[in-house]
Design a protein around this ligand. Structure first.
Ligand code: FAD
Length: 466
């Protein structure tokens, strides 16, 4: 058999079912299609992929190419539309089969279907997706997927799974003859029309893209520093590399397999014992799977203004307040600090994401889908299921976050806002979360925006001294 291996959001060799299926091929052509449409604006005005994720993706592709070369193969990166390019390559190299991983998001599923149609008689074989659980491992039919995470978790946890991911193969089948003529260098950011992002020393995610970096982080977090053993206590942190695992960017583009993460977590627990923290990391990975199954089950309904819970009350307005939020200029320091960190580095903590999303939805009363689209452009770890799922969940939640209370609790000495809002560093520490209490003239001199009005619910937290 002569086969094409179509890489998408699965940019690794470890635990890769489609790659395993291609190992017996007489020749195998690994291909990645870089679609310029990803760099264009969506209906919400934000680009589908911004500079941080693009940089991470290019690093990932270079690393994958390196891994393939070590095994006698190569990655062919082509730019254009998959439904044209994949069938073209199949015809050019007389390939008899296309192997790829299943998709869960509606746009990506539709694209795979278009490619399959264009391939005509050449079969397109899809292996199970990047989920932790396989569909046959779910203890219910997908149509019966619970609406809430707690029920999902209870059902899944009843049947503890053993994950035995397969390691990367040592050798790969040869490339089809004549492929050298079409191999191209992986494009640079400037060739894609993007600038080079500045490296920011305070970034919480200073890591490189690619499978070797992903496996290195997994080793560090579970075995070397064993940060995982304190995860439950640190996971609400805002600053630095160690408050959480930082696995998400690699999980999102598939350079890390969730099954490998859990297999290693189980191995760690067998050696050092399970504790609340190791359990909590497993729970978070289950959240990821829950959102993935929800997306597969409900499809495009997840992207509708009402979200999955049909939150009729969700605002659909969008005005200057949305622009202020994007630029980190709302006048609420915890929100602004997170939004500036996001724009500067492509990463913010889970706590930060919840705070800024709740603020946009509940305090600024803006359409949550614009916020989700802004995240889509800027997050290095953007993933349709986790991003739109979390946003829809917060938009449907009955209770809003009290953002000033969050600031007092999670940034008690104001070190986080001081890090990202340099204009507040000269303000007395006790006022750095409440600069709106200063006179308008003073705020103006600092160059920091005035808050529109102080919500009543903030009153108990206004005079807190750190
Ligand atoms: C509004 C909003 C948008 C988000 N958008 C994304 C996104 O686009 N991509 C993304 O991967 N995560 C998203 N998350 C979830 C979560 O914030 C990140 O997964 C997490 O902060 C990544 O850091 P970490 O890898 O250190 O996570 P850890 O805390 O170490 O957790 C380990 C892993 O568990 C999974 N996980 C943790 N929390 C969640 C969660 N709430 N939902 C789903 N999976 C979770 C992730 O795969 C993560 O890598 C979003 C959360 C919110 C509130």
């Amino acid at each position: 058999m002569r086969a094409l291996l179509w890489f998408k959001q699965d940019l690794r060799l470890d635990d890769h079912p489609a790659l395993q299926a291609g190992l017996s091929a007489e020749c195998l052509l690994p291909v990645y299609v870089l679609d310029p449409a990803q760099l264009q604006a969506s209906a919400f005005g934000s680009r589908r992929m911004g500079v941080h994720r693009a940089r991470f993706l290019l690093e990932t592709l270079a690393a994958l190419d390196g891994e393939l070369r070590q095994r006698g193969s190569h990655l062919l990166v082509v730019q254009g539309v998959a439904e044209q390019l994949i069938p073209q390559l199949v015809a050019q190299f007389q390939l008899q089969q296309v192997l790829t991983l299943e998709e869960i998001a509606p746009d990506e599923r539709a694209q795979v279907a278009r490619v399959a149609r264009r391939l005509g008689a050449v079969p397109l074989q899809q292996a199970p997706a990047n989920n932790l659980l396989r569909v046959e491992e779910l203890p219910f039919n997908l149509e019966q997927l619970p609406h809430v995470f707690s029920s999902f978790r209870a059902l899944v946890e009843e049947r503890l799974q053993v994950f035995q991911p397969r390691h990367a193969p040592e050798r790969l089948p040869a490339l089809p003859e004549g492929v050298e003529a079409v191999l191209q260098a992986i494009p640079s950011l400037s060739q894609l029309g993007l600038g080079e992002p500045l490296s920011v020393p305070a970034s919480a995610f200073p890591f490189a893209g690619g499978e070797p970096a992903a496996l290195g982080r997994l080793r560090d977090y579970l075995w070397k520093t064993q940060g995982v053993r304190q995860y439950k206590e640190t996971r609400n942190g805002l600053i630095g590399t160690e408050y959480s695992s930082k696995f998400s960017p690699w999980l999102a583009n598939g350079s890390l397999s969730p099954r490998r993460v859990v297999a290693e977590l189980r191995r760690h627990e067998a050696q050092f014992k399970r504790n609340d923290s190791t359990y909590w990391l497993w729970l978070e990975l289950l959240w990821r799977d829950f959102f993935r199954w929800s997306l597969l089950r409900h499809g495009s309904a997840l992207f509708k203004a009402g979200g999955l819970q049909a939150t009729i009350s969700a605002s659909q307005q969008i005005d200057q307040r949305f622009q202020d939020w994007c630029r980190g200029c709302t006048g609420m320091p915890l929100v602004d600090a997170n939004m500036r960190e996001l724009a500067a580095t492509g990463f913010i903590s889970n706590r930060g994401r919840q705070v800024v999303a709740s603020y946009l939805i509940n305090d600024l009363q803006q359409d949550w889908r614009y916020g989700a689209a802004w995240f889509e452009e800027h997050l290095i770890d953007y993933d349709p299921a986790s991003n739109w799922g979390n946003w829809a969940y917060l938009a449907g939640a009955k209770r809003a976050f009290n953002v000033l209370r969050q600031a007092r609790e999670y940034d008690p000495d104001a070190s986080y806002v001081s890090l990202w809002l340099p204009e507040l560093r000269d303000v007395p520490q006790a006022l750095r979360h409440t600069p709106f209490l200063l006179g308008g003239g003073q705020l103006h001199n600092l160059g920091y925006p005035q808050l529109e009005s102080i919500p009543e619910s903030w009153r108990p937290y206004l005079n807190h001294v750190a």
